[in-house]
Design a binder for this molecule. Sequence first.
Ligand code: EPU
Length: 293
Amino acid sequence: MEIQIQKNVALRQFTTYHTGGPAQYFAVARDWQTFFHLREFAKKEGMPFLILGGGSNVLFADEGYPGMVVLNQMDKVAFHPEAVTSESGVHLMKLIALAAQRNMGGISALANVPGTVGGAVYGNAGTRDLWMGDALLSAIILPENGDKPMQVDKDYFKFGYRDSVIKKTKDIVLAATLKLKPTPAGVIRIEVNEYIKSRMAKQPMGLSCGSFFKNPTHFPSAGWLIEQAGCKGMKEGGAMVSDKHANFILNTGNATTKDILTLALKVHQMVKEKHNTILEPEVQIFPTNPFKS
Ligand code: EPU
């Protein structure tokens, strides 16, 4: 097997924020063996290792990523009577469409979630209507220190709000089996359109990572807290706090990651002063999260 490892590949092209510098090493994986070999290579070289899915929940430093970034393009999908097993590089929207072609639904609410199956399992992505953890039956992972794929059930992931155990264990999700419900394609189309319409009514469509901060557990939502702290419309270079939804920090076209982070840190501070609440970023920030003290 020949794996192509490239050097200094611009990461902005792979993220919805369209910012960020180059990856020191970059490769594409279309099978689990490639993941395994690249992870071994990174371990041997003592460098950080990162898997990139849809790039919709990541923010890379303008200086780039000092390690190995692997773009997940594993895209096989197999249907079962009332479930589907999808490799982790498949975009959720594509999976919903493929299932709809077979009159299988039950996951329409995930149409509101950008990104891939693997990213959605990693961060238990979803909305109030459906979390990835609710739809998941089982998964195939490459364990952190293992050299063979392993099947695990849903409990393995210890799903929480925007959280799963693999954020700590560093297992690689290779495939996920989601439960489906027989639903006519026409009904699925209407459901998906409704979800997209309601999202578009509340959220801005520009370049972003979706919600920047997690909602606090015991307070009103991050969007409300940020709006009440007076941050809507605030700008820093090419970055701006959305006028439509305060928990969206937009790249208005020419923002750098530094602009976005400087603005987000100001928002963080203003919310702390106004509400005595510490917001935690939802977006994954690499290589260093400036919000961690
Ligand atoms: N609100 C404000 N001001 C704002 C924005 C919101 O006062 O500028 C208020 C709203 O009026 C509402 C409350 O905050 O009472 C909640 O707002 P919304 O319904 O927009 O939902 P959210 O909690 O801000 C969450 C997810 C979104 C997901 C929506 C819809 C998080 C951090 N965000 O947003 O996920 O699309 O629910 O289910 O959990 C994402 O993860 O990237 C994302 C966009």
